[in-house]
Ligand binder design. Structure first.
Ligand SMILES: Nc1nc2c(ncn2[C@@H]2O[C@H](COP(=O)(O)OP(=O)(O)OP(=O)(O)O)[C@@H](O)[C@H]2O)c(=O)[nH]1
Ligand SMILES: [Mg+2]
Length: 245
């Protein structure tokens, strides 16, 4: 099915040393899939774990070691650019903490035959999450509704970080002019894709809360997530000075 296509999964990591080898095994089980790890100088040694994976799987695992201010948005910009340069036909965005199951990769890649971007969606059939406490479900559902109401992006799950892009669609996004550094970057990408007329599809996934390692969601990135949708619709393009993500 994917034999003729070069597919790369871009995974940003910060302190995911125990999750990364499990994720890599899941991704590499599918022929034609490569893994690009974008590590932000993780203090727990995730960068070295990624290097070891690259040694064990030459040509299928690549590692970028970022220095300077860390952030999910920044890491994605670097990783997605690298994925485009590498000539990949399909480019995935995927968390390293095993919340996004590798078993959905083939289905999402298949759906990209008909869509420019395919979202691994938690909200197509009710709320499909496992092991989330009630307050997380409410927070996520609220965030999703808030973003949809402000930006008018008409997809069920516009805050999911599990996505598959056709290279032409991704290459059209203004990655050098994005305003967000943290999780809001995920929303901003979809906003830019939507206003460029990209065909957006969704595939249902069951999101599983991380079992190993810690969440990096901070108050600062949550506040950015509240403000960014308004910046997008009001057309303000200046990048904020905030450094963390
Ligand atoms: N490179 C890089 N990766 C990051 C950074 N912050 C988070 N990540 C990665 O982004 C992915 C999502 O981060 P999580 O901490 O799981 O955030 P989340 O999924 O929103 O939160 P939880 O539901 O609590 O897990 C994981 O693979 C993290 O390792 C960062 O500053 N730099
Ligand atoms: Mg997570």
């Amino acid at each position: 099915m994917n034999k003729s296509r070069d597919i790369v999964v871009v995974t940003p990591t910060y302190n995911e040393k125990d999750n990364l080898p499990i994720l890599a095994a899941g991704v590499l089980a599918y022929p034609g899939f490569r893994l690009l790890v974008v590590d932000d100088g993780s203090p727990d040694g995730t960068g070295e774990v990624a290097e070891e994976l690259a040694r064990t799987h030459p040509g299928r695992v690549e590692v970028m070691h970022r220095t300077g201010p860390r952030g999910l948005g920044r890491s994605y910009i670097d990783g997605l650019r690298r994925a485009l340069e590498s000539g990949a036909d399909l480019i995935f965005q995927m968390d390293a903490d095993l919340s996004h199951g590798p078993e959905y990769l083939p289905r999402m890649a298949e759906a990209a035959s008909l869509h420019d971007v395919v979202i691994g969606s938690r909200y197509l059939t009710g709320v499909s999450v496992v092991n989330w406490p009630l307050h997380r479900i409410f927070l996520s559902a609220f965030a999703n509704r808030y973003v949809r109401a402000v930006t008018r992006i008409s997809v069920a799950d516009c805050t999911s970080g599990f996505r598959c892009w056709r290279r032409e669609a991704l290459a059209r996004l203004p990655l050098d002019r994005m305003v967000s550094n943290g999780y809001a970057f995920i929303v901003e990408m979809l906003f830019e894709a939507s206003r460029r007329g990209c065909r957006i599809g969704e595939v249902p996934i069951i999101f599983v809360e991380r079992r190993l390692g810690q969440s990096k969601v901070s108050g600062r990135v949550l506040i950015e997530s509240l403000i960014v949708p308004w910046r997008l619709v009001l057309g303000k393009r200046k990048r904020p000075s905030s450094n963390s993500g």
